[in-house]
Design a protein around this ligand. Sequence first.
Ligand code: C2E
Ligand code: CA
Ligand code: CA
Length: 807
Amino acid sequence: MHEEILGQYNWWLVVLSIAVSILSSYTALLLVRRMMQTEGAVRWKWLLIGSLTFGVGIWSMHFVAMLAYKMDMVVTYKAWGVTLSVIAAIFSSFLAFYLISRKERRWFHHILGSVLIGLSIVSMHYIGMDAMEMGMRIEYDPLWVALSIGIALAASFAALQLFTISANVKREEADYTNLKWWGSSLGMGAAISGMHYTGMYSASFHPMEEEKISSAVPVIDPTLLGLCIAFGVMATIGFLIKLIAFDTKMESTTDRLHLANQMYKSIVESANDAVITSDASGRVLSWNRAAERIFGHRKEDMYGKSLRKLTPGPYEEGDLSKMVQVIGRTVELEGLHKAGHTFPVELSLAKIDDHGKVFYIGIIRDITERKEAHARIQELVFKDDLTQLPNRRALYEYLFESMQKEKSDASSAVMFLDLDRFKHVNDVYGHRIGDLLLSETAERMRGCLDEEDLLVRQSGDEFVVVLPEPSEGEARRKAESIMKAMALPFLIDDREIYMSVSIGISLFPKDGHDSELILKHADTAMYQAKQSGGNQYVFFTNQISAMISRKVQLEAGLRKAVERGEIEVHYQPQIKVSTGDVIGFEALVRWRHPHLGMISPAEFIPIAEETKLIIPLGELVLREACVQFQKWVDAGYKVERIAVNLSSVQFRQPSFLKVVERVMEETGMAPRHLEFELTESIVQDSETAIPVMHELKRRGFTLSLDDFGTGYSSLSYLKDFPLDTLKIDKSFIQTINENYKERAVVDAIISIAAKLDLSVIAEGVETLEQLEYLQGVGCEEYQGYYFSPPLSSEKVWTLLKKCALSQ
Ligand code: C2E
Ligand code: CA
Ligand code: CA
């Protein structure tokens, strides 16, 4: 029987049946693997489709294989038998796939899985054989049956083994064309086909009673039917494979969406800023952890609530229109905490339009700390620590802003205030007292001003007041009231300190159109107030400005004048009244300015003193005078004296005596010929002056007191100084013939000098009458335009020659 059967196969259909078995195994395994990759309820879907595919696959294989087997009779199938065979196959493969797809897989799961697969194949086959109706009795050869079962088991075991290996490969790296993958499908196909054909080999067909044999003729050609079924199954399989591919793609997209969503959530939750979403009407849709912290409201309490809860007022419920205005921008607002207090927040708002449905996403940052830091910085930057007044920076900011926006008809006044001799307070009492005095000053000034006036500590002992829209009279009144307040003694640490202030006032826009100029002009006016002795206020004028700018020009020029040789020394003869002989000369400095011409020492000496330039300048004059004098002496002229003026700045200079000594050495001049003219300001500082004067005397120099009678000189100190000569100031001489009081002064000076054993020289003698008067009262010497104005050195040579000839 076996031999005939082999010959009765339709080989095309056999190949087709094997292909069906392999392809359906491939698809079933693919589905199982898909199932292993998914989570939740979908797993069961994939498992079910997988086992259905497998079950139907085996059945199709069986059916096609049976069609391949050429039999002479018509075969029909019992519906219940077929159903049962398919269900059995599906059921056991379902179990098998379930077992092998478990995450915690054991070796016996594997064995059990193979047994179940094998069982599904075997049961399908034998139940399916039983479902055939063909009027034949089938007998089985038990050995071959056993072999068929063995083949099914072994092949499915091997197939599953390969499957688990390839299915374990990570999803991303999975390769459907993988050899192991195909191996497992082939194994499964081998299990099915091998079992079938071995099973068929074990079967022998025996005819039953005649009447039972169906004589019907087959309606459809079995080969065609086989092809139809095979291709139907393959089409289904193809569809399934596509489905899986599509699903995998879909899943990775949803996976990505899911992941993005997760990431979004975790970012929002861990954010430091409140991230709040709302619908178009301002009802809260989401509320993160930072929002809980910042606003104090719990997530649960805020869902569906109005955003109105978060602001202290400006945004009413229906007022989202206002919020819309800030979309895409960052604005600073007030936030309302659950506890009732408000705090500064920064809001960035975005709008999302989801197919006509509008949502808002607000990112809200609590900027309390930033605001506080900013305020602190403002304080540090714009406030003076000592007086708690605004500082210079605040002033510039204020002036700049106010004068920028001010119209031409608006006005303001700037007062520049500077304490007089504050440096002296610092030097004498120390900086602590100085600081206390400044604080108190600030308080007194503040007390003289109105609320809207700005008082600023500009620096050190300088203050600035800005009066918005004052009249000139008001500025005057306020300056006077400040001066009055400052005139009261300051009682600091039980010390009474007297202070005064110099004030310069400039008006906007009269005196300047920008803040810088106005401030500068107020400063200039203040400087003028100082120059005029302090303790006064001065309104800025253009003359003041011109004066100051000339001064500034001279100051700058003076530095270079010494180096450039613009400094000259002129000499005014000093005459013996009794004989009319030239006994000496007073050296007087001259500055020949390249643009401004001759500049009077009365103008530039004070500048030189202020800037200490008097030190090199004075040394230059001294050297020049001595060199010149020595030349006259060397030329054989009988000149007794050269008188040189000294400034108090020079005199206080510790190196002064050394300078004098050096000049004497250089010129080889005898000290007795050199007379120093001292001013009263030198003599007043008696503590330092007296020792130096004694030293000069000791070295043989002579000393005269210049401009005598003009200062506050008290006659009493005359006896304490080692002086040789009193020089009567020219102001007394010039009025000597008009005014008896002046005459009385001159008489008194001459008689005191006689008593103190001092000689007397009169300066500024311009007329014969003046000279004759001096002669009458016994004044020994004089100088003045009557005899000669100060002369250049060349003219002195001419004069000396003339005098020598006339002798
Ligand atoms: P001073 O020491 O009182 O000098 C006398 C001033 O009177 C000189 O002015 C001189 O030119 C002027 N004078 C001389 N005779 C007459 C006269 O008959 N009538 C009038 N009205 N004036 C007369 P000058 O040269 O302009 O000097 C002004 C002041 O500058 C000096 O006053 C002196 O205080 C200072 N000075 C001049 N040269 C020097 C110097 O080398 N060093 C220092 N420290 N001061 C100097
Ligand atoms: Ca003089
Ligand atoms: Ca003088």
